[in-house]
Design a protein around this ligand. Sequence first.
Ligand SMILES: C[S@@+](CC[C@H](N)C(=O)[O-])C[C@H]1O[C@@H](n2cnc3c(N)ncnc32)[C@H](O)[C@@H]1O
Ligand code: SF4
Ligand code: SF4
Length: 454
Amino acid sequence: MGLKMSRLNKIFICRYFKNLNQAIVFNKKTDSYSLINGIGALIVYSFLKGNSKNKIEKNIISLAYKKKIIISHKFIVDNIKLIINWLNAESILFVDKEQIMKSQSNKNEKLFNAKQILDSKKIRRLYAGEKLPMSAFIEVSSMCNFQCIHCYNKIPSKKSKTSEDLSLNEIIEILNWLKEKKCLRVTISGGEPLIRKDFLNIIKMAIDRNFAVVVFTNGYLLNKALIKHLESLGVYKLEISVLGANEKTYKEICGVTASEHIKTLLPILSKTNMRIRIKTPVLAMNYRQIPAMEKLCASYGLRYTYDITQMRKGLYRNMNQNVFCSLSQIDWLINKVGRESLQQEEDIRGPNSANCYSGAYSFAIDAKGNVFPCATLRYGSQNIRNKSIDEIWGSDEIRMHHNIKVDDLKTCNICSIKNYCKMCPGAALLANGNLYTPDEYQCGIMKLIYKDKL
Ligand SMILES: C[S@@+](CC[C@H](N)C(=O)[O-])C[C@H]1O[C@@H](n2cnc3c(N)ncnc32)[C@H](O)[C@@H]1O
Ligand code: SF4
Ligand code: SF4
């Protein structure tokens, strides 16, 4: 299938989901990914360690015994035979062995960790080298049940027509293409994706194609039954935007009271097997509430993050600038949460290196079918309704910004923190209409976060 001799074939991509439930292997013969469950994953792991068939049998039986998994001896032996035959038939890609072995060295870690695979720079480089999309961001709805004052998307009023949004068939076509291109992760966003009547169909279609499916939502339509359903379908991760700690803040930011509802979801979310991220856009109305929200999520063992670098210019609309924190408010928050918690490791980019690789191994499609390098960096006018997605992905336009090197950026070339700063070209484009002048607001925030390194 065109990829036979590619470097991608030399790796064994193992996406692993929580609690050793499923490993993903790539089958050369059928040219597709397959998911195998807990015991199967352990067999693959044991095989990777170079163990003989007998040793694998022994290992798995003793593991099943230790973990009190009720399973017949015959079932284990048959499965081992099946999987080993499969592995020996060279139908499997051998992987990022190093990465897996590394995660094994720490006994407390899960055997195969999807996050490690999905976040692996090595895998990203590999996909970029093959010009394959490792990850795709799809906005399935332009509509939303909130009207957030900070939202970079222009949310149409409830009366507007949604008929122009991607249809289920169009989404399936995108998913089929992504599968053909070995995509690993699909993020479903919007607007608010949960307001689509066929939302669950979309999720099912994506999971059937073995992607690690991430859902971005404001959480308003989530409830216990739906969370359980998403979990049973096999959703990999839910990212829920939480706008504030009380109803007054919610009302001010999105026009709806949802704070109490979200609080009732936290204990349910803490028990699910899906990965969960609760996140807050830092705004003038909620920045003082961040430490309390962090504490509340921690009390449920839930991961919490906040996004300090908001884009103050909308994509299709003017925004009230008072909504966003002033730099002194941001400074208050940085001092409150501790500068180190916001700092990232130095990432030394050579003078010839671009500062953003969206479009190299990932891309975004909006609800009208427009394709961009990422949800933030929206340039170009390519649309899947008048050009094939394959052609768009193969075009130079989607990678145009890779020609811009770090040292081409005005003021950044002589900046002492340029190796720490993310310098989002999408924010630059929104703020100044060009990719060469960094967004003054993000620049100011970066200088506060890395004050000690200036
Ligand atoms: C557009 S929303 C769509 C998904 C869902 N409705 C939600 O709110 O999570 C996706 C993400 O974009 C973020 N976002 C919206 N406006 C933004 C802005 N001006 N700057 C940075 N992030 C923004 C939201 O906070 C959210 O995390
Ligand atoms: S909930 Fe999400 S999509 Fe809706 S208005 Fe808010 S940020 Fe935008
Ligand atoms: S802090 Fe400002 S000047 Fe320095 S690298 Fe970042 S955007 Fe450029």
